[in-house]
Ligand binder design. Structure first.
Ligand code: ZN
Length: 380
């Protein structure tokens, strides 16, 4: 009986600590402090250690956890039939281990989901309408020129000038350009996952296993997708956990790069964000700009779609797991939290007169404002 009481006290104490950590994380100031100190310390130490391991440790740990979980569940049901005291002791031990892991997980990445909005150290001013057309044209012309000049394989896909390892090193160097305290200094080594086919079936292109500080990326991607996938997982490793902000950090890194291949990857992922303000503002020049995008881009996008379509067995399961994970971490939109669209409304041209002819008012998203900021820097 004594042992049972002792276990109950341990589980109760751990549950109290977990509740306190979860509640404290909901305070932006505390979350920011913890993300920049304790979480950063854990991710740096763990990321430094796992970067020395030449393969993805995360995939092995996930498989081991699934096997251990199934074995424990089977053992538990066998014990349950005996209805003995040992059953309860084992159940309490398991509960204590799971709660302890969740506490450690929250300390390593949980706080970062609730920290202050992403700060890349750039100014985010709303652009005037003429400026929108000017910036969009600049980006689309650069995109088209890169699409025409980069080497392609026989299927029409751009070929990376870097191996996975070289690309990782290149992105590490690119991250050094973002000189801002919001991001941790340490950048781990991203790793290709051996079980990429399983990831592809689950529609997962990459994942960052928090406590290990390990950025994992699929091997089954077109070359144009890989820089974005790696940069996204590295953003998580540097303390940017909210999905649209990790996307934004990766996009900023690629679109502001001097490297043609990296910039092309940024355009392929972000051309929708680049074009949407002009489309929403119904600017006459919009269609002309869309026509500048060469067919090779659409062929490549179609090839990317065909690759995804090849692996669709566990699509829904993968989506549900990710959605549940994000919601458990306070992201109410779940898998919808990757998107950061702007929005538009029609308002009277004369605020005093509701019957005056309507004009379109566009509300820029942070991603779109960041893209305009890149234009300002690149053309300064
Ligand atoms: Zn992510």
């Amino acid at each position: 009986m004594k042992k049972l009481v002792k276990r109950l006290i341990i589980v109760g104490s751990l549950a109290a600590v977990l509740t306190a950590v979860t509640l404290l994380a909901r305070n932006e100031g505390i979350a920011e402090f913890m993300a920049g100190t304790v979480s950063r310390g854990i991710l740096t130490a763990m990321g430094y250690a796992t970067s020395w391991i030449p393969f993805s440790l995360s995939q092995i740990i996930i498989i081991a956890l699934i096997i251990i979980g199934l074995a424990l569940a089977a053992a538990f049901f066998v014990q349950l039939k005996k209805r003995g005291r040992k059953t309860w002791l084992k159940l309490l031990n398991l509960t204590a281990a799971v709660i302890a892991y969740i506490i450690f997980y929250n300390l390593s990445v949980g706080f970062a989901y609730h920290r202050k909005p992403l700060d890349l150290g750039i100014s985010l001013n709303e652009p005037a309408e003429e400026y929108v057309a000017e910036a969009t044209e600049y980006f689309i012309r650069d995109f088209a020129a890169l699409a025409d000049s980069l080497p392609r394989d026989t299927a029409g896909n751009v070929v990376s000038p870097y191996t996975f390892k070289e690309l990782n090193q290149k992105l590490k160097e690119e991250y050094e350009r973002i000189d801002n305290d919001y991001l941790g200094d340490f950048t781990p080594t991203a790793k290709p996952v051996g079980l990429s086919a399983v990831m592809a079936e689950l529609s997962i292109a990459g994942f960052f296993l928090g406590p290990l500080g390990e950025a994992n990326v699929t091997k089954l991607a077109l070359d144009y997708e890989r820089p974005f996938y790696i940069a996204h997982e590295l953003a998580h490793a540097k303390g940017v956990m909210r999905e649209f902000e990790a996307d934004l950090t990766a996009s900023y890194l690629l679109l502001s790069s001097d490297d043609p291949y990296l910039r092309y990857s940024g355009y392929m992922i972000n051309y929708g964000y680049i074009l949407s303000p002009m489309c929403a503002l119904q600017n006459d020049y919009y269609t002309e700009l869309c026509d500048l995008i060469p067919d090779s881009v659409y062929t490549e996008m179609h090839n990317a779609y065909l690759l995804v379509a090849k692996y669709d067995m566990l699509d829904e399961l993968g989506r549900k797991i990710n959605d549940l994970y994000l919601k458990l971490n306070g992201q109410s939109k779940g898998v919808g939290s990757y998107d950061d669209p702007g929005s538009s409304v029609e308002i009277p041209s004369d605020p005093e007169d509701p019957t005056s002819p309507p004009i379109i008012k566009y509300y820029y998203s942070v991603t779109e404002l960041t893209i305009f900021s890149i234009y300002r820097t690149r053309t300064a």
